[in-house]
Design a binder for this molecule. Sequence first.
Ligand code: DAH
Length: 337
Amino acid sequence: MIGEVQQVRERFEKALAAAGDAQALEQVRIEFLGRNGGCIGELMNHLASLPKEAKPVFGKAVNELKAFAQGELAAAKGRLAAAGDAQRPRPDVTLPGRRPRLGRLHPITRARNQMVEIFARLGFTVAEGPEIEDEWHNFIALNIPEEHPARDPLDNYYIRDNLLLRTQTSTVQIRVMETTPPPVRMIMPGRVYRPDTVDAGHSNMFHQLEGLWVEEGVTMAHLKTMLDMFVHVFFGPDTRTRFRPSFFPFTEPSAEVDVSCLLCGGKGCPACKRSGWMEILGCGMVDPAVLKAVGYDPEKVTGFAFGFGIERPAMLKYGITDIRLLYQNDMRFLEQF
Ligand code: DAH
């Protein structure tokens, strides 16, 4: 009888050695250890026919075989799992990590932040206004009469009667003064829209920065001082300014400000049309009609205002020659800043 146990053991060992995957292993388990009809369990059926003294020896041998078979099966399962793991690709922990792509500020944002910071140091706070405006804030309160060419429907993006995309940030001057009693000392950055033909120097959407200081005793001298300071900090201490008499409906007197050409330093080159100067902004003393329109008393307070595009100074400073590059989101361009 013990010989039979030995035979089953040999058959089990053969079957186990031949089992190459999990499914075959399971087959072996069922064949030898299955609850109903497993070979090792069946051996116990012989117990009854054995003489009394042989029973414990036989029982022990069968139990040992059972434990042996269970142990071998578990070990074989473990080996299969380990072999599977070894075949699976493993992460190479010695590889260098993937560098996250760092974002950076758009040149327009950078220029605007610098401008805002310079004026903040001069005591100006920031205000903003809506990009969809009514005619009161875009024209009427700014002393731009009905027949003024700037109000031609072809020169504006009208949405409907009395509602248009603002063409200038001067609109925010009006909004600020309507809601704030003097003194005010504010800058107002934002987008403006004009139906211009797009080329290297023009875009139908661009950014402006408006400035306004209204208080008792503010004069043209304050205006010149502030703008000189701004130009020296933004463009560099060697940059010179030139104030030329001009006209704007909302300022009197008005001026345009040129800076010495940033490319040739004022000697004259193609970029400045050989003049040595580049125009950067418009400004003036706030017209009494505008102060009246917002409910200020022009006999008591005076003020200055100025406005300039953000793109042009930014392009001059960073050496950008085509305004369209600023709006195309081309990483090859943007990554340079
Ligand atoms: N709003 C003018 C423009 O878009 C710029 C400007 C000129 C603004 C004179 C002002 C100013 O505040 O006083 O061309």
